[in-house]
Design a protein around this ligand. Structure first.
Ligand code: NAD
Ligand code: UGA
Length: 444
């Protein structure tokens, strides 16, 4: 079996599907991105990228223009030409917190109903252990219904990219994990990823259940580090230590490592919250209680209210009529994604307490309006947001928030109270500028 030029389809043109598809195309692979959402596909065909991800627009346009990246709503029309079909559809939590696999299984059904030759079906979506087995059974069932015997393989290739740094993460990954059960599929996946790994070969081949588990274990470990640091930060405040010093002190131990030790106002996003919940659920189904992860979740829920609690303490819980400015709405910088964002929790708490809320975010304002409408005031820029405010809450560490003019801000605010949810400001400097400064894990 000789694999020459590669032609692949990616089903699900969301964050992961579009970024992976575009990056594979960048490496010379012919990619067709497929989605059921016609509006999205039409927009992409016209060169409009529906998500904000630095560098993505230019790459999509160029690869589309050069004929390596196509968009369609019709998977069936491309199945005969492709060697590999990636499934990158959503796996949102269902009502009890488990991953909802209906979209993944719908793709498997369509695959089984329409392939005519050997093709590999690779799951890139984050799915619980055992899903590949269900995917395989679904395809087999459909082939049986057709009364045909067509060879195929399933594989698992979880994705580890971060929003906001998605292209960099995809183009030079720390590692690529591929779960396979046949030599042929292994060879094809090896070839597909070879261009990304020229300098340092980092494809880790595993069995399929292990690949599925690696994704959840990785996200859960990262979420655990964050909740652990948030707990330590809260304790630092009580005992008079500075969590920034503690972070540096422990992060320089190579066994611990310096990354993902930043305390803050809680983790959000489309993945940590849902994947932690889903792993707890998987374990529960097997009768095993994931005690650590349950605590990770609980700490995170509480951490999302920490800035509001600090505001309450400062104003002795008399918040009615106060004007509060929020900087940062997205769950992290460099994205307009507001899934499980701390801003949504804080806005609710502030409005319930009778505050007027004025918000600013460099890119997530439209997304915020779409989600919550006009229950808050949308500022024209970061300085407009703080006009007459009784406090400024900084929730997302966008670069443009890092070095503002405190002179202008102190003059504009009714009261210069700044509560920093990401520890990006210098306490001594803030004091000098006449700001009442509060942050995470350090007393004034
Ligand atoms: P998304 O919601 O942005 O995109 C999913 C897309 O799939 C949507 O455009 C939807 O219309 C499409 N879709 C649904 N059913 C379909 C079908 N039957 N055929 C064709 N298209 C269909 O989701 P996402 O953020 O890209 O996440 C996808 C998966 O990747 C999830 O399992 C997620 O956990 C995982 N993941 C996400 C990230 C991230 O940073 N967003 C990172 C790693 C892994
Ligand atoms: C995360 C993982 O980092 C990716 O490897 C993974 O592929 C992805 O989930 C996924 O499965 O979808 P992402 O959610 O895009 O990526 O963003 P992160 O940079 O991990 O940040 C997540 C949240 O944690 C943010 O709210 C961020 O502010 C918070 N965080 C991060 C902290 O509070 N402290 C830290 O030290 C790091």
């Amino acid at each position: 079996y000789i694999i020459d030029f590669m032609n692949i389809a990616i089903v699900g043109t969301g964050y992961v599907g579009l970024v992976s598809g575009t990056c594979f195309a960048e490496m010379g692979v012919h990619v067709t991105c497929v989605d059921v959402n016609e509006e999205k596909i039409n927009a992409l065909r016209e060169g409009n990228v529906p998500i904000y991800e630095p560098g993505l627009d230019e790459m999509v346009l160029r690869n589309h223009g050069e004929g390596r990246l196509d968009f369609t709503t019709d998977l069936i029309s491309v199945l005969d030409e492709v060697d590999i079909v990636f499934c990158a559809v959503g796996t949102p939590p269902d009502e009890d917190g488990a991953a909802d696999l209906q979209y993944v299984l719908a793709v498997a059904r369509q695959f089984g109903q329409n392939i005519h030759k050997y093709t590999v079906l690779v799951t890139k979506s984050t799915v619980p252990v055992g899903t590949a087995k269900r995917v395989k059974a679904t395809v087999e069932e459909e082939l049986k219904k057709r009364g045909v015997e067509i060879p195929f393989d399933v594989a698992s290739n979880p994705e580890f990219l971060k929003e906001g740094a998605a292209i960099k993460d995809f183009m030079s990954p720390d590692r690529v994990v591929v779960g396979v059960e046949s030599e042929k599929a292994k060879e094809m996946m090896s070839k597909l990823y070879r261009p990304f790994l020229l300098n340092n070969f980092r494809v880790i081949f595993t069995d399929i259940p292990s690949a599925e588990m690696i994704k959840y274990a990785a996200n859960s470990m990262l979420a655990t580090r964050i909740s652990f640091m948030n707990d330590i930060a809260n304790l630092c405040e009580l005992v008079g230590a500075d969590v920034n010093m503690v972070r540096k002190g422990i992060g320089s131990d190579s066994r611990i490592g310096a990354k993902f030790l930043y305390p803050g106002c809680g983790y959000g996003g489309s993945c940590f919250p849902k994947d932690v919940k889903a792993l707890i659920k998987t374990a529960e189904k097997k009768g095993y209680p994931m005690k650590v992860l349950k605590a990770v979740e609980e700490v995170n829920e509480n951490q999302k209210s920490v800035l509001f609690n600090k505001l309450g303490t400062y104003y002795k819980d008399d918040l009615k009529g106060k004007i509060i400015a929020l900087w940062g709405l997205s769950f992290k910088p460099e994205t307009d994604d507001m899934r499980e964002a701390t801003s949504l929790v804080i806005i609710k708490l502030l409005l319930n307490a009778g505050c007027t809320v004025k918000v600013y975010d460099p890119v997530a304002m439209t997304e915020c309006k779409r989600r919550i409408g006009d229950i808050v005031t949308y500022a024209t820029d970061m300085y407009d947001a703080v006009l007459d405010a009784d406090a400024l809450l900084m929730l997302t560490e966008w670069k443009q928030f890092r070095l503002p003019s405190w002179r202008v801000i102190v003059k504009s605010m009714k009261h210069p109270l700044v509560i920093d949810g990401r520890n990006i400001y210098d306490a001594a400097e803030m004091k000098e500028m006449g700001v009442e400064y509060r942050c995470i894990g350090k007393l004034r």
